[in-house]
Design a protein around this ligand. Sequence first.
Ligand SMILES: Cc1ncc(COP(=O)(O)O)c(C=O)c1O
Length: 316
Amino acid sequence: MQKPAGLLLNYGYQGVLSTIDALIDRRDIVVYDSECHACIIDGLRMHMGKRFVYPHNDIENLEKQLVRATKLAEETGGGILVITEGVFGMTGNMGDLKGIVALKEQFEFRLLVDDAHGYGTLGATGAGAGEEQGVQDQIDVYFSTFAKSMAGIGAFVAGEPEIMEYLKFNMRSQIFAKSLPLPFVKGMLKRLELLRSKPELKDKLWEIASGLQNGLKDRGFNIGTTQSCVTPVYLKGGVGEAAVLAMDLRENYNIFCSVVIYPVVPKDVILLRLIPTAAHSLDDVQQTLEAFSAIKGKLDAGEYQKAELAQEMMMA
Ligand SMILES: Cc1ncc(COP(=O)(O)O)c(C=O)c1O
C-alpha cells in the first residue's frame, strides 16, 4: 500500500466504524462526502463532536466546510478528519482524492480513505485510487476490505506507524471481538501474493470490465460516469418490475447481479450493478450484453408489469 505500517482487521464494516471511533474525540471535527458508505455514516453516528458534510465530490463546498471546521477546531483545540472513498460503490466514480489533498496546502487535516473498491483494481500496482490519482502518499489512513478484489473476509488499515500503533490499542472492534481466524489470514496472504505476482489478473479484469462497459454503451445503455470496474446500468422502471426483471435475468439468462431500487435510487429508476471479475471471459461479456438487450426490450415493452409473468417464472 506504499505505507510504512498496517493493521489487520477482523471485518470491514466494523473496521471502518471503529477506526473512526478511535481516531476522533468530542473536540475533533469530521468533514465527509455525502455519498459515503453506511459504515462511515455509522462510525460518525458515534461521534460526539461536530461533523460537516459536503456534496459528493464538490471540492469547492469541501473548502467551505474546512473553513468552518478550522474555525471550530481553533475553539475546541481538536483536529479535523476528512473522510471519503476511493471508489463509490454505487456509481463506480472515484472520490476526487487529488482535489482533496490539494487543500492540504491551505488547511490542516488528516485524510481517511475507504478504498474498498479501488484496492487491487486501480493504480499501477493495484494500490488503489490513491495510486491511480498519484496521491497515495497524501492519504493518512488508508482502509480497504478484503471483500472485493480479494473475494474474502477481513480488512486492513495502513498509514504511519504511530497511527497504527494507536489504533492497535484503541479499536474497540479489534479488542472486544474475535480477530480474523487464521485460515482466513492464510487465504488472504495467498491472495495478496497473487495480486503482487500476477499483474495479468488485474489486466484481465480491466479487459473484461472495458469490454462490458464499452459494449453496454455501444448498445445505448446508460452506465453513468463510472471510473472503475463497478458497472452500474440505469434503467427506467418501478420496484415491481425490478423484482421480475432480476428473476428473469437469473433464472432464464443465468446472470446474477445486484439490483438497487427505491429508496436508494428514485422510484422510477432500476439500477443493476454489474461487477466484472478476472474470472469472467469475453464470452461471458457477450452473453451479458445479449441478455441485457433482451431484458431491456422486455422492460420497455411493459412485459415485467404483467403479474402473471412473474407467476409463470416462479413455477418454471
Ligand atoms: C466502501 C465500503 N466500505 C466498507 C465495506 C464493508 O466491508 P465488509 O463487507 O468487509 O464488512 C463495504 C462493503 O462491503 C464497502 O463497500
